[in-house]
Each structure stands twice: as C-alpha cells, then as structure tokens.
Design a protein around this ligand. Structure first.
Ligand code: SF4
Length: 235
C-alpha cells in the first residue's frame, strides 16, 4: 500500500513560535484533529479538515528542495495518525531536524528532535459555538483536552521540549500551575505563554503576559510569522 498521510498544506517559512523562532523551516500540516478548540487558527485542519493524501517520499523531496534543514510537523494533531512514525523516520533518514507540534493528548514514540506541546486550557472548549450546535464536540473536547499519562510520556521521551500555553487572561494561570504540578521532566525555561489571537496583541496584553513570565521564569512566546506576514495561510 502507498505510504500516504492526509495533508492540509505544506509551505516553507520561518518558525514563528517557540525556541526555534526565526529558523527557516518546511511545514507539513496534517489534516485532522481529535480536539475542536474554540479559537483554533487552522480550522481547515480541525473543524473542516481539508486536503488530500500525499506520499511521504514526495513530502521529503519537497522539503529537501527548499534547502531547509528543519521540518515542522503540525496539524491538526499529528499523533492521531498511525503513519506519523513513517513520516518521522523518513525525515530523520534525510537528516532533517524534526519538530512536532502537538496538543499532547496522544503519545507514540516517534523520531523527534523537539516536541512542542500545547496543552489546551479550559479557555479552548467550544461551548456555545455555532459550529457545534448540540455541544457534542464541546463535551468530547473537554474530556480529551488533558491526558496526563500522554503528557508525561512525551516529556519523559524527548529531551528537547517546550510546553506552550495559549492564554486569554490572568485567570488562566491558576489552571497552568495546577497542570504543571502534575507533570515531570520539565524546567521552567521550557514553559511558554502565548497570548491568544491571530493579530498582534496589544501592549497591555504583552505586558501582563511578560510580567507573569518574569515572575515564574517562563518564556514569553511571540508569533513572528504573524508579525511578518499577517494571519495568512502558507506562512
Ligand atoms: S488542537 Fe490545534 S489543530 Fe486541533 S483544534 Fe486545537 S488548535 Fe486546532
């Protein structure tokens, strides 16, 4: 059988978030997710998955053709796909640095150089969302969004890691503290706070997020790609 995965899009850009911000990277966005975040900025890979099957070999060829040495495997949720292992093995064989971006609800021991985990806080649950009139997704999302065994398995498996939280208000911090108290194998420098939104945050928002980071020893997470390109697909 052909080795394929459903792909919403691929593109060459700079990594916009996290420890590798600014690094030229080839992005592979898998289409499909086990969550439905209210503020998801890639609904074409979650709420209404788009795209088509792509052969793994052609994805690697396209990545190498850009000259990038880094690949970012994102979604959607990469870990729900059985063939993620084959995709990661192929990029590892091509000697590319692999980042996987995940919500941390599923764990598989695949090849990965940096795991970027973004646990979803209560602010993500799509209550009263017109896309989910019977709240069936809201209930599933709420049940699935935190999986402590999966989170701890990811943190134990990968030495290079970051835990990125999307925050809407200072009220989110108590939930973050509670979650972190149940996780092992992380350091405070691995924790990133990113203001929610697909536009650059206001100076006031940047300030309260930065002040919390300074108090806790966490990192403020910018979105460089939004600053450079705006909220556009393929960037
Ligand atoms: S986990 Fe990511 S891709 Fe899935 S719905 Fe949430 S933000 Fe969107």
């Amino acid at each position: 059988m052909t080795d394929t995965l459903p792909i919403a899009e691929t593109f060459f850009s700079v990594q916009g978030e996290g420890k590798l911000t600014g690094v030229p990277s080839f992005f592979v966005r898998l289409s499909g997710c086990n969550l439905r975040c209210k503020w998801c900025d890639t609904p074409y890979a979650s709420w209404k998955p788009e795209g088509q099957p792509r052969e793994i070999a052609s994805l690697v060829n396209d990545a190498l053709a850009t000259g990038a040495r880094h690949v970012v495997i994102t979604g959607g949720e990469p870990f729900i796909f059985k063939r993620l292992q084959n995709l990661c093995d192929a990029f590892a064989k091509a000697r590319m640095h692999i980042t996987i971006e995940t919500a941390g609800t599923v764990f598989e021991p695949v090849a990965c150089d940096l795991v970027s985990i973004s646990p979803k806080l209560a602010n993500s649950t799509p209550w009263d969302d017109p896309r989910d009139p019977d709240a069936s997704w809201a209930r599933r999302h709420e049940e699935r969004r935190i999986n402590l065994p999966a989170l701890n398995a990811l943190l134990a498996r990968y030495s290079e890691k970051q835990i990125k939280f999307v925050v809407q208000s200072e009220g989110d911090i108590a939930e973050i503290d509670m979650l972190l108290s149940q996780l092992s194998n992380w350091q405070r420098e691995d924790v990133l706070l990113m203001p929610e939104g697909v536009v650059a945050p206001s100076p006031e928002v940047r300030r309260w997020v930065a002040e919390i980071c300074m108090r806790r020893g966490w990192r403020y997470c910018t979105r460089l790609h939004i600053d450079i390109f705006g909220n556009k697909r393929g960037t």
